[in-house]
Design a protein around this ligand. Structure first.
Ligand SMILES: [Zn+2]
Length: 223
């Protein structure tokens, strides 16, 4: 089994589906999920109104959390949980390092907030995340009674806010969360695209170095 992180979920418009999120992955077969945030090929219609300064502010903080994931070699997705105007928790994606498939940025932030509030429900809170939540995170968001989700880049591979499925549009579910998408979409998508581009570059260089080593004459053998 590879330890490939669920690659994002974001569409790479420059090279198409490619490397997976694992920093060590060098085989395309290990990278089933790399998609890249698309430039809006999906019919997401959740945010017709202008983006507020408040949303920009908190999404900027979520992007800073995504940088922590990148620094750890993980797919750069970050989240902040806001109660009123206060950030009560942050989280960054790190399933590889945590050996935890549920260690998405949203889940990490939800767990931290629930622990700090000593309450498994977080009614009235807002979750800002740089990438459209997946189904797992959408479910946790509902269970936590989050009032509003704000995301940046859309995820054409696993997005559960309209890109692949729209969990929050299902009226049979008994909790309804407002969703706003596309806030700082380009910045959030660029963070993911540049991460994967860098990883592919490093992978190519590693393969080239390995090939050069294999072909080099053995001049240091004893005569
Ligand atoms: Zn998720």
């Amino acid at each position: 089994m590879s330890v490939v992180p669920d690659e994002p979920h974001v569409a790479d418009t420059s090279e198409g589906p490619g490397a997976c999120a694992s920093p060590n992955a060098s085989d395309a077969s290990d990278t089933p999920n790399e998609a890249a945030p698309s430039a809006a090929s999906h019919a997401f219609t959740g945010n017709p109104e202008p983006v507020s300064e408040r949303d920009l502010h908190f999404m900027t903080l979520a992007l800073a959390a995504a940088d922590e994931a990148r620094a750890a070699g993980e797919v750069p997705v970050g989240a902040v949980l806001v109660c009123g105007d206060e950030v009560i928790a942050t989280g960054f994606n790190h399933p590889i390092g945590a050996h935890d498939p549920s260690a998405h940025a949203e889940m990490v932030a939800l767990r931290a907030a629930a622990a700090s509030q000593r309450n498994y429900r977080l009614p009235g809170c807002e979750l800002y995340v740089t990438l459209e939540p997946c189904l797992m995170c959408a479910g946790a968001i509902m269970h936590a009674r989050i009032a509003r989700v704000v995301f940046g880049a859309r995820d054409p591979k696993t997005g559960a806010c309209g890109s692949v499925v729209d969990a929050f549009a299902n009226t049979q579910l008994n909790h309804h969360t407002t969703v706003t998408g596309g806030v700082l979409e380009h910045a959030c998508g660029d963070a993911l695209r540049s991460f994967f581009a860098e990883r592919r570059r490093a992978s190519r260089e590693a393969r080239a170095a390995a090939a050069a080593t294999a072909q080099a004459p053995h001049t240091d053998l004893p005569s």
